[in-house]
Write a protein that binds this ligand. Structure first.
Ligand code: HGY
Ligand code: MN
Ligand code: MN
Length: 418
């Protein structure tokens, strides 16, 4: 039986599939992504799953309903999984833990009769780190693909369309990755919390009620490059000072307005010590508990940043690079996860902790095509999107037991419907 130690060892093995030997970085449709898919496929096959890579670059495994000796082929599938891509300089568990736990649960249930097929998926791009648009892999599966995304370019200027070709895929065929609602029972994702609440409550596990919808933008502040010595202040249109004032306003508005906004990247041109910056580009990631709160906050932020630029003689260019609606977890799958947690010896397991997720997940894309549920695991100090990401073996052990019990709870519900 696959143990928590096996899961942690596999997450460590996946760390080797990286763009750099010095830090973990694995983005969509790269050789390291292909290597991670091959590793996951090998573990899926060892768990008795048939494996394939879909037209969007996601890695899949499937066992049929019934039992290995008496399969009931072609039944709708319960899908377990998460993502295999990472942010730059990532931790080992955001995404990968959920994929490896899903494979472990499939292996544990190998001989168990199920009224549905069981599938495991490793999505190829949840973070959006390469092309700016997140959830590319799961959006393809949900049938939400936008062909305009194929013109998106990474920082080296490679288009998504070309990246498909480089990976041996064809963007024109991405529609083949879409799944029909009638072929799916639901989707369950185990994921680290990426926040402090489980640790504060001294719990291994929690269940997710809803996943916040994020909007992401690329804001360009345009001024005028001029001589740092010869240009008096009244003649300056300094793009960096304007962008800096905007960054501080973003934090103030979000903090006062109960939202979460982050400027993750700021770039300045021409970037010379003795030149007043003529252009500054900053990314904005904006989230809130509801889409309405998020959208109202964007309107306020946009107006204030525009006013800052106006006062400074700067122009503002706005490109929205990503938008995902908030996704509620289906009540019956929340209940299955609750029952799963209750089956463990977690602290407070008789009354599992409900959490909304400010972090985005593939489940929010899958919610467009099937019901979704999520199991959260404690992570050290709530840290994520950092090499300091860490999980305890006991939490992974309890998570495996809870996910396995949740699958069996779903099986009981589905069997009762028949
Ligand atoms: O950004 C997020 O919330 C997720 O980790 N992609
Ligand atoms: Mn992430
Ligand atoms: Mn994630």
């Amino acid at each position: 039986m696959t143990t928590a130690a096996d899961v942690l060892a596999r997450c460590a093995e996946l760390d080797r599939c990286s763009a750099s030997p010095h830090h973990l970085e694995r983005v969509h449709l790269t050789p390291e992504h292909a290597a991670a898919n091959r590793l996951a496929a090998g573990w899926m096959a060892e768990a008795g799953l048939r494996t394939w890579q879909d037209a969007a670059g996601n890695q899949w495994g499937r066992r049929e309903a019934g039992t290995p000796d008496r399969p009931d082929p072609g039944r709708p599938a319960l899908v377990l999984g998460s993502h295999l891509d990472t942010v730059p300089d990532a931790g080992s568990y955001d995404g990968m833990l959920g994929v490896v736990m899903a494979i472990a649960v499939a292996e544990r249930l190998r001989g168990t009769e199920l009224p549905f097929a069981l599938e495991v998926v490793g999505f190829g791009d949840e973070e959006g780190a390469r092309f700016g648009k997140a959830l590319l892999g799961s959006s393809a599966v949900a049938g939400s693909w936008d062909p305009a995304w194929e013109d998106l370019r990474d920082r080296a200027g490679v288009s998504l369309r070309q990246a498909f070709l480089d990976a041996g895929l064809d963007a024109a065929r991405v529609g083949e990755a879409a799944r029909r609602p009638e072929d799916l029972v639901g989707y369950l994702e185990a994921h680290i919390e990426q926040g402090p609440h489980l640790e504060a409550a001294d719990r291994s596990l929690g269940y997710v009620t809803t996943i916040a919808g994020a909007r992401r933008f690329l804001l360009s502040v345009v001024g005028e490059a001029r001589h740092a010595g010869g240009t008096p202040y009244p003649r300056r249109r300094d793009a960096l000072v304007g962008a800096g004032e905007a960054v501080v306003a973003v934090e103030r508005l979000a903090r006062d307005g109960g939202c979460l906004a982050t400027v993750g990247r700021l770039e300045v041109w021409p970037g010379a010590v003795n030149v007043i910056p003529g252009r500054a580009e900053l990314t904005l990631d904006l989230r809130a508990a509801t889409d309405a709160e998020r959208d109202a906050m964007w309107d306020r932020m946009h107006a204030e940043i525009a006013a800052i630029c106006g006062r400074r003689g700067l122009t503002l260019e706005v490109v929205e690079t990503h938008r995902a609606p908030a996704a509620p977890c289906a009540a019956w799958l929340q209940q299955a996860v609750v029952d799963g947690i209750r089956s463990t010896d977690d602290h407070g397991a008789d009354d599992p902790l409900a959490l909304w997720s400010p972090a985005g997940h593939d489940a929010m894309a899958l919610a467009a095509v099937t019901d979704v549920g999520m199991l959260f695991l404690r992570c050290a100090d709530g840290i994520s999107h950092s090499p300091d990401e860490d999980v305890r073996a006991i939490d992974v052990a309890r998570g495996l037991d809870a996910l396995q019990a949740a699958v069996l709870r779903v099986a009981a519900v589905v069997a009762a419907r028949a």
